[in-house]
Design a protein around this ligand. Structure first.
Ligand SMILES: *Cc1c(COP(=O)(O)O)cnc(C)c1O
Length: 222
């Protein structure tokens, strides 16, 4: 049985190999280790193995875990990869270095106001619902150009990338390719796409951020 540090090393090897096969510099791919539902004791060995970027999908859970860890490791980078509600925007701006999930005008407006109030400068990406699934978060593909424009112009947000979660039952590559096309069209350099089951395909299609949970931490138990 391998431990999380061993699994992390294997994921890093696979990222390097996938990057090389795509003719890309592995430095251009940020591994975001998704620690949701794992406690601080499970996260520490992964930090000690050298990992610095971590992803959480709930503001409250991240707020309980990461301020303490940051006191010990000030260079940790914490990413929000789950839905953001307006009533959590203040806490989110306080904690996160990168927010991958900007997807609504109300949230974008609140983020702009809060970022100015706190004088923080988090990285920001827009989540796109590439599969157009009614239950899923993210802006619809036909609305993404106008939304990004409003984020820049009306809300003063420096959006630098796009993020997607392909439908579970479909091959992911067409969704990664679509996100890449939208990013190119909008001049947004960052692409957050690819999880434990498909991060190599995402790297082949241009991912700059892969969000990998279970391949590092093991299966999540509810
Ligand atoms: C949980 C989660 C991940 C990681 O999923 P794994 O399959 O465990 O790698 C990636 N992205 C988002 C948005 C998630 O919620």
């Amino acid at each position: 049985m391998e431990d999380s540090a061993g699994r992390l090393a294997e994921v890093i090897r696979r990222i390097a190999r996938a990057s090389q096969e795509a003719g890309r510099d592995p430095e251009g791919v940020t591994l975001v280790a998704v620690s949701k539902m794992f406690d601080v004791e499970s996260i520490v060995p992964v930090i000690e193995a050298g990992q610095r970027a971590f992803g959480e999908n709930r503001v409250q859970e991240a707020t309980q875990k990461y301020p303490g860890l940051r006191e010990r490791w000030p260079d940790l980078e914490v990413h929000l990869i789950g839905p953001l509600q307006t009533n959590k925007v203040r806490d989110a701006v306080r904690l996160f270095d990168v927010i991958h999930t900007v997807d609504r005008d109300r949230v974008a407006a609140a983020l702009g106001a809060e970022i100015r109030a706190q004088g923080r400068n988090p990285g920001l990406m827009v989540q796109v619902n590439t599969g157009e699934e009614p239950q899923k978060a993210g802006i619809m593909p036909v609305e993404v150009d106008d939304f990004v424009k409003r984020c820049h112009g009306e809300y003063g947000l420096a959006i630098s990338g796009l993020m997607c979660i392909p439908p579970a039952e479909e091959p992911p590559s067409p969704h990664f390719g679509l996100l890449r096309k939208m990013g190119d069209r909008l001049g947004l350099p960052l692409l957050s796409m690819g999880m434990s089951g498909d991060f190599e395909e995402a790297i082949a299609l241009g991912a700059t951020h892969v969000r990998v949970g279970s391949a590092i931490f093991g299966e999540r138990v509810r």
